[in-house]
Write a protein that binds this ligand. Structure first.
Ligand code: ATP
Ligand code: MG
Length: 754
């Protein structure tokens, strides 16, 4: 029956539920008890989660601020927010949809002081924490050959994922080796704390510690989050599991148990090396005795052929609960197999096939994804794609944020936000070169240890440092002064892009690159310009969402970017072919998928061949890869593949052999010796059109005197109280009435004299 004026609420409700099958709908409307949705790939788990969020808000009157939804990547979080906004409108914006790490940072920022940190704590990525661990091992006089810092970092990370603090680690250590690790863990943790820094694993562990140590904090979050939803639950580790458990809690007084809804697929658990444990999903019903479980069996993503291949492979894993997953999409095309003579031949086949698909079936580059087991495999594809003018994008690999110049620039920004950040401080103390060598740094370190002060404080008091050369001392004092001046920009809430410009300009970093004769330095300038563009884009996005966009928020965003966040959306004009590792592909789907280098020793990875548990994890990775494809799936391998310069002859991947032969159409099997090698392609040179970094705003420095009236873009009207310094460093202290007094660096401050 149709009416001319349907009740908007009814209509809204039905929108959310149409386009869902029965069990999906049941999952969306389920209320009251913890809910576990287990289902194979492509069965709509993520879709159910999104609809459930919208349903909670629209049909059950839940306020967006009462929801906490956890996704596996920031990009997935952004998409979920967008999808929910499409379903329910802009009120979706105030929802917490984020990764575990982002949600924890948010909690930690507002509660940092309780743990002895300030709000502006730094977040160390794995390279930073590695560096810190190296310092720690040196301090403990450990022989790096016998006690490699990298292995220490890994062990500490494992401890944290298991919520084992350094005291517990020491208590359970029996061998000398274990005691040494525990000792390094303790010192590492102390150094992190005095640097006002947390590493990635701390973000989760410290949040759990916080919630467990401060009942009032726990209560406030429990009162706030009536609903907690977690995607990809199979990849949670113990710390994340406990975090969820704490936030859900039992009913206490007026605070009910939060409604928990988790979705996952134990066949897609691929992060055991980061401490993920399928246990969390397998024992959900024990953990939450009143739980309801819903199983989804219809796959909406892939053709039956693709699904049958994936099912055949995963069914070789022992001890897994049997699962039925079927598709309504018809058998679809056969899976295409290809054996190349070598990796170049394989890559050329892929490139040619993409062109063919475009010509014959209207497939666009953005419909296509290429997966491989390890990052290094992208290079051959890049070479071939460049030659054949195929637009592509590599996700991950040598990442933008891992480049030296980007890390340097961010290190400057980080010490401006948090001067105690020792790793960042030491990174740039002599970058660009200012004559502060290792000897001088050691003198400061000795002072810091003697006086039990941080490295930054010791730097400030470098005139007390024993045996410090005069020249080094003068340089250090100039450096401290420079940072003090730049700090004014942070205090006056200058937008991050402008702070970045000021840093690159005032430190001489940019001019050193400009005068360099090294062609790589030109690329570095372009990368820094790109970083500035990232900052501006961040400011714009934040402004449109009414969110703050200070240096702190910018650094936080940058610290938490992950490979998967840079997956192109590009629909416009056909977009680009996406290349990525299998791990990054989790949760995604593409009309056409090429799964490459299907060779024993490559995939499954060589390390896993004699370890049944690891081999099972590799098989789950294969299952993830196969089930990303919607319409067409290609499986390829090469007879010979060069590893470290020498050809390696690998057998076909056992996963290929697990696929029933009738599903496969071998386009080329014969291993004839016809090697049509591609000549090396010269590296891509940077485009001459790429913009050089913008020079910092060339505005003349305002000439102010006490008593002058000024207007500032964000603080409004004010009166100059004092002025000091000259040229680039001219500063004014301005009284902005109710906003208070602010120090401004006149070269950069958006002020006008009245
Ligand atoms: P994965 O295990 O890979 O994370 P998933 O279970 O989360 O997969 P989704 O990504 O939510 O699955 O859904 C897979 C595809 O199927 C998506 O394109 C989704 O839009 C579509 N889909 C899901 N449910 C339905 C449905 N009821 N009707 C039509 N399409 C659906
Ligand atoms: Mg999903």
């Amino acid at each position: 029956m149709s009416t001319l004026f349907p009740d908007p609420a009814d209509e809204a409700e039905s929108d959310l539920l149409t386009g869902l099958n029965d069990p999906q709908r049941a999952a969306v409307v389920h209320a009251g008890t913890p809910l576990l949705i287990v289902a194979g790939a492509g069965s709509g788990k993520t879709r159910v989660l999104t609809h459930r969020v919208a349903h909670l808000i629209r049909a059950r009157g839940v306020r967006p601020s009462e929801l906490l939804a956890i996704t596996f990547t920031n990009k997935a979080a952004g998409e979920m927010k967008e999808r929910v906004a499409e379903l329910i409108g802009p009120q979706a914006k105030s929802m917490w949809v984020s990764t575990f790490h982002s949600a924890c940072v948010r909690i930690l920022r507002s509660e940092a002081d309780r743990l002895g940190y300030t709000k502006s704590f730094s977040i160390y990525d794995s390279a930073d924490s590695q560096r810190l661990m190296t310092m720690v091992c040196r301090e403990l006089d450990l022989d790096p050959k016998r006690y490699p810092p990298r292995s220490f970092s890994n062990q500490v990370s494992n401890f944290k994922n298991e919520l084992i603090d350094y005291e517990a680690a020491a208590a359970q250590a029996t061998s000398h080796q274990e005691q040494t690790v525990a000792q390094a863990y303790a010192l590492y943790q102390r150094r992190l704390r005095s640097a006002n820094a947390m590493d990635f694993d701390d973000l989760i562990m410290l949040t759990v510690n916080l919630l467990q140590a401060f009942p009032e904090v726990l209560q406030s979050y429990r009162r706030r989050f009536g609903h907690i939803l977690v995607d990809e639950y199979q990849d949670t580790n113990h710390a994340q599991y406990v975090l969820v458990r704490e936030l859900v809690g039992p009913a206490v007084g007026p605070i009910p148990q939060a409604e928990l809804c988790v979705v996952g697929d134990s066949d897609q658990s691929i992060y055991a090396f980061r401490g993920a444990t399928i246990r969390n999903i397998l024992q959900f019903e024990q953990d939450y005795p009143n739980a309801t479980t819903i199983v989804l069996e219809q796959n909406y993503r892939s053709t039956q052929n693709i699904l049958s291949a994936a099912n055949a492979v995963i069914s070789q894993n022992p001890n897994r609960p049997p699962k039925t997953l079927w598709s309504n999409a018809g058998a679809g095309a056969q899976i295409v197999g290809y054996v190349g003579d070598d990796e170049h031949d394989e890559a050329r086949f892929v490139a040619e096939e993409i062109v063919e698909l475009g010509r014959n079936e209207g497939i666009r580059p953005c419909d296509v994804a290429i997966f491989y087991r390890t990052n290094a495999a992208s290079r051959v594809f890049e070479e071939v794609f460049i030659r054949s003018d195929m637009p592509y994008r590599v996700v991950g690999g040598v990442r933008f944020y891992e480049r030296k110049e980007i890390r340097d620039a961010l290190a400057y920004l980080r010490i401006l936000a948090n001067p105690q950040d020792e790793v960042s401080l030491r990174r740039i103390l002599n970058v660009p070169k200012r004559g502060i060598g290792d000897k001088a740094q050691e003198a400061v370190e000795t002072l810091s240890r003697r006086e039990r002060i941080t490295f930054w404080e010791a730097l400030r008091r470098c005139d007390e440092a024993p045996g410090l050369a005069t020249r080094a001392r003068t340089q250090m004092q100039a450096f401290v002064e420079l940072l003090d001046v730049l700090q004014i920009l942070v205090e006056s809430q200058t937008p991050p892009a402008e702070i970045l410009e000021a840093v690159l300009d005032q430190t001489g970093y940019l001019s050193e690159l400009r005068t360099s004769l090294d062609p790589q330095d030109e690329t570095r300038i372009e990368n820094l310009a790109e970083l500035e563009a990232v900052a501006r884009e961040f400011e714009e996005t934040a402004a449109s969402n009414d969110e703050p966009a200070t240096l702190f928020e910018f650094l936080e965003r940058v610290s938490l970017v992950a490979d998967a966040d840079s997956i192109p959306n590009g629909d416009d004009g056909g977009g680009v072919v996406t290349l990525m590792t299998l791990h990054t592909a989790k949760g995604l789907e593409f009309p056409v998928v090429f799964l490459t280098a299907m060779e024993d020793g490559v995939f499954p990875h060589i390390r896993s061949l004699d370890d049944p548990a690891e081999l099972q994890e590799e098989r789950r990775l294969a299952y993830v890869g196969l089930t990303r494809a919607r319409q067409r799936l290609y499986l390829s391998r090469a007879v010979s593949r060069s590893t470290w310069g020498a050809p390696n002859y690998n057998l076909a991947s056992r996963f290929l052999e697990e696929i029933p032969t009738e599903l496969l159409d071998w386009r080329r099997e014969a291993e004839v010796a016809h090697s049509d090698r591609w000549k090396a392609v010269p590296p891509r040179t940077p485009s001459v059109f790429a913009p050089a970094a913008r020079r910092s705003s060339g505005q003349p420095v305002l000439d102010l005197a006490p008593g002058d009236r000024v207007t500032h873009d964000s603080f409004g009207l004010g009166t100059v109280v004092a002025v000091s310094g000259e040229g680039d460093r001219a500063q004014a202290t301005v009284d902005f009435g109710s906003t208070g007094e602010k120090r401004l660096l006149l070269r950069y401050a958006p002020v006008q004299k009245l």
